[in-house]
Design a binder for this molecule. Structure first.
Ligand code: TEU
Ligand code: CA
Length: 623
């Protein structure tokens, strides 16, 4: 039991304590040495608020201790060999249906459009497809606000279309996972309508109501509470005003969700990506968020729901009663969780989630998504070394750079088009040769980059538009738009670029969101005919991965760790050794040593001499 008399080193030994301290250090761009040195390590917690310039108030310690004392035991390490599983060998491909392929000319992607591109996805070497939400929705947050879990969104097609899609995916020996959004529903969902109009019915307790709001803020700007006239109370929404948080304390509701998931698994769906699943358990009493934490995390109240008291119980229950009976796969989106929490959520012997998405590698220390800065790949190197060496054999890392919530990775690192091809390929080598399950996001395989949005009228994303309005309270329009342009989720949501025809072959009608001229030079059709394209490289790399199973379960041994801009490692198991060498910079880099063996694949046709060229990345097979 940790108390105010406990020392920093005791907190750092606690799994949650380790993650929180690592996150604070990351946010403030301070190295870990700051807490591992004995002087700081022996400081008692109670002195923290008294330290000079400390912005930590008394309440901070109470909140911290409540959080820390929910978890005592850290997850097990490398005491056993890695258990094999299809999803530890698979390459996943994420589709954002609204922007993938339109089949009926209304400018909106749909299920028939996806079916028409399944052969393309199969030829890329994909084993499993993750579909962002396709359920009936008023689209306040593009489908992440579900009105009916058993109905397909009208714009995307019919349940018959879905059944055919599932069959066609399985006919090509691929799997299909759906997006499970059960932290909240749309306010137009029957459950919510009943909750506010028949508060005494069983639905009355399906959501989170309070007589007075607390200070929690929404991720899409403003308060996290709506006043509900019908009940004379306030209702919680951590995201948009039309996305109402469900009350997972209610057992009847949990069973309804279990039945809904079983309904889709009965259809033959192979698993789920679980949306903001670490937010489903809120601290009882819904206390105010701590001011200091709120300032640091930019969202008030997050400490009371990002790793709630009953989270493990709810996940274990769903695993036992729903996922195991159907042998279904599960990957949780868990923003804010660190490595130790991720271990406790995914370690195979704990029977909760199979994997999680952690997001701390998407921005370098001290930066947020809306900061305009150049991403340093040396941070990605240190991040990956940490996770490869410390995540353990009971846990499977997820490997991704892009999804529908983040700008394009190439643009974050280097917007000089001269390096686009080799950089896109280098990122692929890291993602497909480290130990973990890769998730490729639509368009990443052809090296799509950020969009040239000219004004807010080009934007569609509720988060971007709300934040723009909020920023205009503290800065002028140009500055506000510049911040939005740096981090808007819409960069990832522009139409897939299939060819150089009008609307890039995405649709015969005007797309729901704009696209600039990039598709004329960057599109699937051209890249399929170009041996040197990023697309062809992804195909070869995924094929290489399938031929060299050492990449699935083999050891990862890093060398030259301290050498800036050089990223080199071996993949080893009893049968073979691969050596991967990369130059993380846009200038020549002296080679550490001349590799032996056979050069299997590289983003430069000819091998180098003593220098690696900009972003050069090569895979060698040792005898
Ligand atoms: O995102 C959750 C999440 O925390 C973020 O990454 C989010 O995109 C946002 O930027 C918060 O800062 C999931 C979905 O991926 C996202 O598309 C949804 O908007 C959100 O949940 C609500 O369902
Ligand atoms: Ca359509």
């Amino acid at each position: 039991m940790l108390t105010k008399k406990s020392r920093i080193k005791d907190v750092y030994a606690n799994p949650i304590g380790r993650d929180i301290i690592d996150r604070v250090l990351l946010q403030m761009n301070i190295s870990k040495k700051a807490v591992t040195n004995p002087i700081v390590g022996n400081l008692k917690l109670k002195v923290l608020p008294k330290l000079p310039k400390s912005q930590l108030d008394e309440g901070f310690l109470d909140t911290l201790l409540t959080l820390l004392n929910t978890e005592h035991e850290a997850a097990k390490g490398n005491d056993e060999a890695i258990l094999k599983a299809w999803w530890k060998e698979a390459v996943f491909y994420q589709i954002y249906p609204r922007s993938f392929k339109d089949s009926n000319g209304d400018g909106i992607g749909d299920l028939q459009g996806i079916i028409s591109k399944l052969d393309y996805i199969k030829e890329l070497g994909i084993d499993a497809i993750w579909l962002s939400p396709i359920y009936d929705s008023p689209n306040d947050d593009n489908g992440y606000d579900i009105r009916d879990y058993h109905k397909i969104m009208a714009e995307f097609g019919t349940m018959e279309d879905f059944d055919r899609l599932l069959t066609e995916v399985h006919n090509r020996d691929m799997r299909l996972i759906m997006d499970l959004v059960v932290n909240h529903t749309s306010d137009e969902h029957m459950w919510y309508q009943k909750a506010i109009h028949e508060p005494d019915s069983k639905y009355g307790d399906y959501y989170i109501f309070k007589d007075q709001p607390n200070n929690w803020t929404s991720f899409f700007s403003g308060s996290a509470w709506n006043y509900v006239e019908e009940r004379g109370q306030y209702a919680l929404h951590l995201f948009s005003k039309k996305q109402m948080d469900l009350n997972w304390e209610n057992e009847t509701l949990r069973h309804e969700i279990h039945d809904m998931v079983k309904w889709w698994l009965e259809k033959g769906v192979d698993g789920f990506r679980l949306d903001v699943i670490n937010y489903i358990s809120k601290r009882s009493g819904l206390p105010d968020g701590n001011e200091s934490i709120g300032k640091l995390m930019e969202y008030h109240g997050v400490e009371h729901y990002f790793y709630g008291p009953r989270l493990h119980e709810y996940l274990h229950d769903m695993k036992e009663k729903v996922f195991i009976p159907y042998n279904a796969f599960s990957v949780g989106e868990t923003p804010g969780t660190g490595m130790e929490m991720s271990k406790l959520l995914t370690a195979d012997y704990r029977k909760e989630l199979d994997m999680v998405f952690s997001f701390d590698h998407l921005e370098t220390p001290g930066h947020t998504r809306f900061d305009d800065y150049q991403y340093d790949l040396n941070y990605l190197k240190s991040y990956m070394i940490n996770w490869m060496e410390n995540y353990g054999n009971h846990c499977q890392p997820s490997l991704f750079y892009e999804n529908h919530d983040n700008p394009r990775m190439i643009s974050k690192i280097n917007s000089d088009r001269h390096y686009r091809n080799v950089l896109g390929k280098l990122l692929a080598v890291i993602q497909l040769t480290l130990r973990g399950t890769p998730f490729i996001y639509q368009g990443q395989e052809i090296g799509m980059i950020n969009q040239n949005f000219r004004s807010t009228s080009d934007l569609r994303d509720v988060e971007s538009l709300n934040l723009y309005d909020e920023l205009c309270n503290t800065m002028n329009k140009e500055e506000a738009f510049a911040k939005i342009l740096a981090g808007s989720r819409d960069h990832a949501r522009t139409p897939m670029q299939w060819n150089n025809q009008q609307y890039a072959g995405f649709s015969t009608g005007k797309p729901w969101i704009m696209m600039d001229e990039d598709y004329k030079n960057c599109n699937v059709e051209a890249q399929l005919q170009d041996e040197n394209s990023i697309l062809r490289f992804f195909q070869k790399l995924i094929a290489l991965r399938k031929e060299h199973r050492v990449i699935y379960y083999g050891e990862v041994l890093f060398i030259n760790q301290k050498e800036k801009d050089l990223f080199t490692y071996y993949r080893k198991d009893g049968t073979e050794t691969l050596y991967i060498e990369m130059n993380l910079s846009s200038s020549n880099k002296k080679r550490a040593k001349y590799p032996e063996g056979i050069r299997l694949l590289s983003n430069y046709a000819e091998d180098s001499s003593s220098f690696l060229r900009p972003y050069e990345a090569s895979i060698w097979k040792y005898n």
